[in-house]
Design a protein around this ligand. Structure first.
Ligand SMILES: N[C@@H](CCC(=O)N[C@@H](CS)C(=O)NCC(=O)O)C(=O)O
Length: 230
């Protein structure tokens, strides 16, 4: 009873919601739901046919809320303890920005550009497009890493001097990069590497991340020459 998060651990948006619930200490169930091949029922849950969606039986059997951002903000209103939103207006605004940047810009470049090229073909027992993914890593991702690296200068966390929705949103996207075998160079982006180590030490993030990593473990991974400095 109560909350059920529907989706798959390989989805960064699904893990974002679960990490928030874990961090807040709110109990929930997980319902495995793949957006691919789901029936018409799924369109009724989310007309965009995307995961995650949240069910809350406290509200009623028909209550379904799509979209990780809508879900996270719903959870924050319903359970105020251990807030993941900075209270200062400027830092709150920054946290909202990082959440949006991660969910749109990072997700399209990392999710579509790298993760799907490596993982999706292998799920269909086909060869991964490793070269296509490496091209995105070479030409597109450094702009994202440079930006996050600069925003972390002299800081542990992205907004409000606290572990917040900003950090969770960004870290789950980098989590999906890790599943492909690629992590940004710690020499070139040391703040980013240290940030991901800090997030990785949080059980709220690491449990589900490791579960997904195990699922992808046997797949062929990206291998880059360290001399490329990527
Ligand atoms: N803005 C949405 C994005 C959700 C999303 O794109 N989910 C992906 C999985 S990571 C999905 O369901 N994709 C289905 C598809 O591409 O058909 C959110 O924050 O929940």
């Amino acid at each position: 009873m109560g909350l059920t998060v529907c989706g798959l651990a390989g989805s960064p948006f699904f893990r974002k919601v679960c990490t928030v619930l874990n961090e807040k200490g709110v109990a929930y169930d997980i319902e495995n739901l793949s957006p691919f091949g789901a029936g018409d029922e799924f369109t009724k849950m989310n007309p965009a046919r995307r995961i995650p969606v949240l069910k809350d039986s406290d509200v009623g059997d028909d209550f379904v809320l799509p979209d990780s951002s809508a879900i996270v903000h719903y959870i924050e209103r319903k359970y105020s303890k251990n807030s993941l939103m900075p209270s200062d207006p400027v830092e709150y605004g920054r946290a909202m920005w990082f959440e949006e940047y991660a969910d749109s810009e990072m997700a399209s470049k990392i999710g579509l550009g790298v993760f799907r090229k490596v993982v999706f073909p292998q799920m269909a027992k086909q060869a991964p497009d490793l070269e296509g993914a490496i091209e995105v890593i070479r030409n597109t991702l450094p702009t994202i890493h440079d930006y996050i690296e600069g925003e972390l200068e002299g800081k542990e966390w992205l907004a409000g001097d606290m572990f917040s929705i900003a950090d969770i949103s960004v870290a789950v996207q980098y989590g999906n990069l890790a599943f492909t075998g690629y992590a940004p160079s710690a020499e070139r982006w040391p703040n980013l590497a240290a940030f991901m180590r800090r997030v990785g030490q949080k059980e709220s993030f690491a449990g589900l991340h490791m579960r997904a990593a195990t699922y992808f473990a046997e797949m062929k991974k990206i291998e880059l020459d360290p001399a490329e400095g990527l």
